[in-house]
Ligand binder design. Sequence first.
Ligand SMILES: C[S@@+](CC[C@H](N)C(=O)[O-])C[C@H]1O[C@@H](n2cnc3c(N)ncnc32)[C@H](O)[C@@H]1O
Length: 285
Amino acid sequence: MTDLLTPVERTALLTAALRAAETLREDRLYEDPYAARLAGEAGLGLLAEIRAATFPPNAPRSLPSTPDYNAIRTRFFDDYLQEAVRNPAVRQVVLAPAGMDSRAYRLGWPRNTRFFEVDRPNVLAFKDARLGGVAPRVAHRAVAADLTSPDWEERLIAAGYAPDEPSVWLLEGLLYYIPEQDTRRMLARVAALSRPGSLIAADLVNPAALTLPSMRGLLDVFAGWGCPWLFGSDTPEQLFAEFGFDVRAVQPGDPEADFGRWPDPVPDRSVPDVRRVFFVHGHRR
Ligand SMILES: C[S@@+](CC[C@H](N)C(=O)[O-])C[C@H]1O[C@@H](n2cnc3c(N)ncnc32)[C@H](O)[C@@H]1O
């Protein structure tokens, strides 16, 4: 069944494999009891390729540690989403894209929360089959749509999303795979669906992460799979502001996004030409 997934769709199995590996660690930052079944053999294979590139046996690591990054990212956005719904007005959660994310199944959510998982049809069908009837812990709606298609908003609304009610959006593990033009179009469309006060979070890399020779080993793995990294920004605050979102950007290793796990220095934002990855979070003006 993994044959039906395109390369970028298969990256959802990689993130599931990363979460399965994290779940086995004694010092894990979270527990995802569904990750192993969602990742399957294919996910383990993808993770093995990332590990081989990142941790060469006879040389020091020069690439960022994808396992630590993913652990911090998952925990950071777990906490972010849970905090968001502490506001009783926020009762709509949108994961765009959802991939093999299991937050609807592994975390508790306030009553009346509507939890939307948007991803391409084959990904959601694959996930449904792998979960094999596990019950979500929230009113869960799968929205099979391509986020660059002309009509995904209609599908989201048909699934019960109300644009006039506050929401929290998470664009996790997506923006590096889509070209800048599509990223901008998507942010404009998310903004149009978000009433003032709604929340947004995302992760994205910077342009140096797409071009520095020291990133080659990791970039080559993704390009070799057929899903090269395409977009990055050094000024995510400005990018999101253009679409009406006031956001902060933190980097893994910053005090609020470290969890004792980021293994590398975090260069100050004023240092040019270093690879960066950002967790963006903020609200719709
Ligand atoms: C790395 S996974 C991240 C999934 C999930 N957010 C997570 O962190 O586990 C990337 C996901 O983006 C989805 N994706 C990529 N391009 C998309 C598009 N144009 N429309 C909808 N989903 C897309 C893929 O299908 C895949 O599930």
